[in-house]
Write a protein that binds this ligand. Structure first.
Ligand code: HEM
Ligand code: CA
Length: 412
């Protein structure tokens, strides 16, 4: 995984090293006032019959064209493309979209689950389906990391993968299935469409410790949130726009109940919470033992080193008290995103990390902008989701195409 994403640099380095070795072996020729690399002998069939040695320089025009075309092929196989499966599996994108639409009809909660799954995959070592792997003899699964214990939607990805394996075995990567499934989920939830390139490969590893360390906890301060996103190339605007996904789905009470009963060990609610909203939340999330245990103090960075405490074990321990993030689709589907920012402006952010988006003037400006301009939000969200979906991908010979999304290919 060391070269993950740095393959171009690796390729160029290999080329330069090979060229240096060649020059060291054969030296440089002095020709007409300039230094040239000595001519290669091309042992073509005609040369062999004629018993001649080719006089063609590898840097003559047609050879240059050949090298350029090889370089383009290499670049092609190392990058994402529109309709990557056009020839190898033409029905892939249709099968994925249909699978998600059908599931959504009977289980609309699949849409937020898949969007969150995508975020948790791409944020940790890129969009490589590492989050989908079950533990095996060589690694522990990312699914076991506390931030991932409440993830859902694995079954739907697995079902679509097995359908694709029947149609075009070993062709469509789990990483591509996940990004395309999440795009369909965004659309179904009332969000914008965005184009996606394909050709991602799946990882052969999972990164549990990194997931534990790097996924921001619900108690994360603004500076922690911005730093984690910035280290992955997301600026403030892009980061704030991605949070619009918190306008759908659910949150377990355990992720914010410290704000209702015992904020930072004070025994009191978070003073930042809108008081009417506080009462509403208290009735939906009645006091429980987990709320009385002090949460990590916000902003201290403590959650970074102890995400099991900050993430709790709610879903694992079967605590199913939840809040509907869409508030029964408040404002209708066209308010995907916007209703979240409007609530933040009213101090009705659910998690501490949500409300932190209004903690600085610059970030609050974006919250305000998205609250009042749905079209601006939709455009920005689409761009940020495209960027997230292509973050740090494996392509070409890097990575593999799993046949089952929860298992790496057997090494032989
Ligand atoms: C500081 C950053 C973030 C934190 C701390 C955070 C935390 C959380 C937590 C604790 C939940 C509740 C899970 C549960 O109770 O089962 C949640 C739900 C969700 N998150 Fe985030 N999140 C963050 C950023 C994001 C981003 C960037 C996206 C997408 C682009 C996202 C998408 C979602 C969605 C869609 C849900 C609802 C899941 C469902 O209903 O199944 N989150 N998030
Ligand atoms: Ca990953």
């Amino acid at each position: 995984m060391v070269f993950n994403g740095d393959y171009r640099i690796a390729f160029v380095t290999c080329f330069v090293v090979a060229l240096s070795v060649y020059v060291a072996l054969y030296g440089l020729e002095f020709d007409n006032g300039i230094f040239r690399i000595p001519r290669l002998t091309i042992d073509s069939p005609e040369n062999r019959t004629a018993g001649k040695v080719s006089e063609k320089s590898p840097f003559d025009e047609d050879y240059m064209a050949m090298y350029m075309s090889i370089a383009e092929d290499i670049d092609r196989s190392y990058s994402l493309h529109y309709d990557f499966y056009r020839e190898s599996c033409p029905s892939a994108e249709r099968i994925i979209a249909k699978g998600i639409r059908e599931t959504y009809n009977s289980r609309p909660s699949i849409a937020p689950s898949l969007i969150r799954l995508l975020f948790h995959d791409c944020f940790i070592e890129g969009c490589d389906a590492s989050v989908l792997l079950d533990a095996d003899d060589t690694f522990t699964s990312e699914k076991e990391a506390p931030p991932n214990q409440s993830l859902k939607g694995f079954d739907v990805i697995d079902a679509i993968k097995s359908e694709l394996e029947n149609v075009c075995p070993g062709v469509v990567s789990c990483a591509d299935i996940l990004v395309l499934a999440a795009r369909e989920a965004v659309l179904l939830a009332g969000g914008p469409f965005y184009p996606l390139e394909t050709g991602r490969k799946d990882s052969a590893l999972a990164f549990k410790e990194m997931a534990e360390r790097e996924l921001p906890p619900p108690q994360a301060s603004l500076s922690v949130i911005l730093a984690r996103f910035a280290s992955r190339g997301f600026n403030e605007r892009e980061t704030i726009s991605l949070f619009g996904a918190h306008s759908i789905g659910i949150t377990h009470c355990t992720f914010f109940e410290d704000r209702l009963y015992n904020f930072s060990g004070t025994g009191k609610p978070d003073p930042e919470l809108n008081t009417g909203f506080l009462q509403e939340l208290k009735s939906k999330c009645p006091f429980s033992a987990s709320a009385s245990s002090p949460s990590p103090s916000p902003g201290t960075g403590l959650p970074e080193s102890d995400s099991s405490k900050s993430y709790g074990m709610s879903s694992a321990s079967g605590d199913d008290r939840v809040i509907d993030l869409s508030y029964n689709n408040e404002g209708g589907e066209e308010n995907f995103g916007t209703r979240y920012y409007r609530r933040l402006m009213q101090k009705k952010g659910l998690m501490f990390s949500d409300q932190q988006l209004t903690a600085s003037e610059e970030t609050e400006t974006w919250v305000q902008a998205y609250a009042s301009d749905p079209q601006l939000f939709r455009r920005d969200f689409a761009m940020s989701m495209m960027k997230l979906s292509s973050y740090h991908v494996l392509t070409g010979p890097l990575g593999q195409v799993r046949t089952t999304c929860s298992k790496v290919l057997p090494s032989n």
